[in-house]
Write a protein that binds this ligand. Structure first.
Ligand code: PHB
Length: 400
């Protein structure tokens, strides 16, 4: 099957072009007139519908855009097919949380008849969706949201995660900061599941390594634009460093105001890598210089696999890829393998096949699902540095 000449930029604005691409692919394969299988199942070689649930609005909208790009890049590199099936992507708007994300996911499954759903940025949305997917017997591939329980206490055979658990992102940095900082560290995060779990993961390893907490604060999620009162409170303690979790628009405001408030020079800022990732870092610019974070990806990773990916992504979208793009790209790779091993293409077959996909040769490094369906992977210590006039997340070392 020839690769369709689709301009990926056009795919950012809707699903119509994908539907056209799917129809064109069917026509090219001599199956003109056959329609997409509406049952969510079908014979190998038939088309498949995949739901993509990402924020198209709210503080995390730019993350959703990166995820759409990553998923689409994989499809474009693989002739528009997953598991040998021409793939139609139907996109739903997660919005800012479960109020919008849960009904949008339900629509993808019940109305659009998607065989599987990929995406979900917000931990609260993921927690709100777990039972629906478990009971509907449809696979949910969580391509960002880190809610710990989704791949632990509330694990389901239908829910798999290609991204991370919040606690596991926070943990690798704790011991390193305890060693590096003399004195107390202040903990601050967005007030919802992800913020609390990212702090808890950090705190566990930080305190185990002898670190002392100088204070702790959770800021209203999605509503805080002015961080000055919180920054004043930090200044009022004897904290020698700060650890933070923010992402998207909140990360931009927090890091810029941290610098403007004069804390950056006296009190080094650490965080989960989302704090300085992608478009967020572009918007922060020099204000982010020196921020140190832990994450399972950086576009700066110096490996042949990542370089090849970064080149392809830049060519398609004219910017460097982010962790969100990689997680969605890898989700497509996972589905490619699982669908190939699901001859009837039903949700139940795909969920079973997910157990056998094996290691994924990802731009982030090789990773596999662990026994709880979570991504088992390396974490990197990154530092924001100037590279020829552009701020990047330079890879300092691997964390264990
Ligand atoms: C989450 O809610 O789990 C979440 C959101 C944005 C991130 C990371 C985690 O960048």
């Amino acid at each position: 099957m020839p690769v369709l000449p689709v301009d990926p930029r056009r795919l950012r604005s809707g699903t119509t072009v994908l539907a056209l691409a799917a129809a064109a692919a069917l026509a090219l394969s001599g199956c003109a007139g056959s329609s997409l299988d509406q049952s969510g199942g079908g014979q190998a070689g038939d088309a498949v519908k995949i739901g993509l649930l990402v924020p198209l609005s709210g503080v995390y909208a730019p993350l959703g855009e990166d995820m759409r790009n990553g998923f689409q890049l994989y499809l474009d590199q693989h002739g528009g097919k997953l598991g040998g099936r021409t793939t139609e992507v139907v996109t739903g708007d997660e919005g800012e949380g479960p109020q919008t994300g849960v009904p949008a996911a339900q629509k993808l499954v019940t109305q659009d008849q998607a065989t599987a759903v990929v995406g979900v940025v917000n931990s609260a949305t993921a927690l709100g969706l777990r039972d629906f997917f478990h009971e509907s017997k449809k696979p949910l591939l969580v391509a960002n949201a880190g809610a710990d329980d989704i791949t632990a206490a509330r694990k389901s055979e239908y829910v798999w995660r290609t991204s991370f658990s919040n606690g596991k992102v926070g943990a690798p940095l704790g011991a390193a900061v305890a060693k590096e900082v003399e004195g107390g560290v202040y903990l601050i995060a967005a007030d919802y599941a992800a913020g609390r779990e990212m702090v808890a993961g950090f705190r566990r390893t930080f305190e185990a390594a002898g670190g002392k907490v100088a204070g702790e604060e959770y800021t209203p999620f999605g509503k805080t634009q002015d961080f000055q009162p919180f920054l004043s409170a930090i200044r009022g303690t004897d904290a020698k460093a700060v650890y933070a979790f923010y992402a998207g628009a909140e990360a931009v405001s927090f890091v810029k105001q941290y610098r403007q408030f004069g804390l950056a020079d006296s009190t080094p800022l650490y965080g989960a890598g989302f704090l300085t990732e992608g478009g967020v870092l572009d918007a922060q610019g020099d204000a982010a210089a020196g921020v140190k974070t832990a994450l399972h990806y950086s576009s700066e990773l110096d490996t042949p696999r990542n370089k090849e990916f970064v080149d392809a992504y830049r060519k398609a979208y004219d910017e460097a890829p982010t962790v969100y793009a990689v997680q969605a790209y890898d989700s497509a790779a996972v589905l490619d393998k699982a669908l190939a091993d699901a001859p009837g293409g039903t949700g139940e077959e795909v969920a079973k096949a997910l157990a056998g996909v094996g290691p994924i040769d990802s731009p982030r490094g090789r990773w596999s699902f662990d026994a709880d369906h979570d991504a088992q992977q390396k974490y990197y210590l990154r530092e924001v540095r100037d590279s020829g006039g552009t701020m990047v997340n330079a890879v300092v070392s691997e964390l264990s």
